[in-house]
Ligand binder design. Structure first.
Ligand SMILES: Cc1cc2nc3c(=O)[nH]c(=O)nc-3n(C[C@H](O)[C@H](O)[C@H](O)COP(=O)(O)O)c2cc1C
Length: 214
């Protein structure tokens, strides 16, 4: 499938077939796409919780708005995208050490420059805890875009979910104590035979309204 076809065929799944589970090998591919997502100064300010069983679904359900219950109940996997709060020095040093381990720095002062540059952008976007979270959330939305597209490319349906109570989710999972904050929920799986959204035509503003060639 070419990329235009993938973008046309991807749609927001409203009802999943609970009997169908994503094979581990494909799940691993999607996790790799998440891991490889770009982020400003390679900050990777994230952590992801994976829900793949009914006990875990029941646990998070009180945080999901009612309209979205069927997606979480019947999809194969639900992911909870979290931001690191605060994005602390320990995390930045962890990223730096990983970059070194992965061979990003040769001889010279590259390592120091990278570290300085990252601190500059983190500080620039961290005037308040709120602005830091906003900046981190933008990185998580990049992951969302990559994940939805990649899932569609390998025949996996998905639903991005903002319709949840983030404070309740944080409480249920004890996120604050772990230095995390929930930002997004994503369901992955296979559409139900009667998912009406599958046959609803896609609707987008026409090209001439959204692009201006300079
Ligand atoms: C960030 C984000 C949050 C969304 N939240 C929800 C949600 O809580 N529940 C839902 O059913 N759909 C949700 N959607 C799906 C959108 O309504 C959908 O993407 C949009 O109407 C376009 O339709 P399409 O994805 O089928 O092309 C969300 C989409 C995005 C990108």
């Amino acid at each position: 499938m070419n990329i235009t076809d993938i973008s046309r065929q991807r749609y927001t799944t409203k009802h999943y077939d609970k009997t169908k589970k994503i094979p581990e090998e494909q799940l691993a591919q999607l996790f790799e796409v998440i891991r490889n997502s770009p982020s400003s100064v390679n900050s990777q300010p994230w952590h992801f919780f994976v829900v793949d069983n009914d006990d875990a679904r029941a646990k998070i359900m009180p945080a999901i708005v009612e309209m979205n219950h069927p997606r979480v109940a019947d999809s194969s996997h639900t992911l909870i995208f979290c931001a690191k709060t605060p994005l602390d020095e320990q995390h930045l040093q962890n990223v730096l050490a990983q970059e070194e381990k992965d061979g990003r720095f040769g001889e010279g002062e590259i390592k120091e420059m990278m570290d300085k540059g990252r601190h500059f952008y983190v500080n620039k976007n961290s005037a308040t805890p709120h602005s830091q979270l906003e900046w981190e959330s933008r990185q998580l939305y990049i992951v969302l875009g990559q994940l939805l597209f990649a899932a569609a490319a390998i025949g996996i349906d998905s639903t991005a979910i903002e319709g949840f109570d983030d404070q309740k989710m944080d409480e249920i999972l004890g996120l604050q104590q772990q230095g995390l904050k929930s930002v997004l929920v994503v369901c992955l799986g296979y559409r139900a035979a009667n998912d009406s959204n599958a046959t609803r035509p896609k609707s987008r503003l026409p090209e001439e309204q959204i692009f201006t060639r300079l």
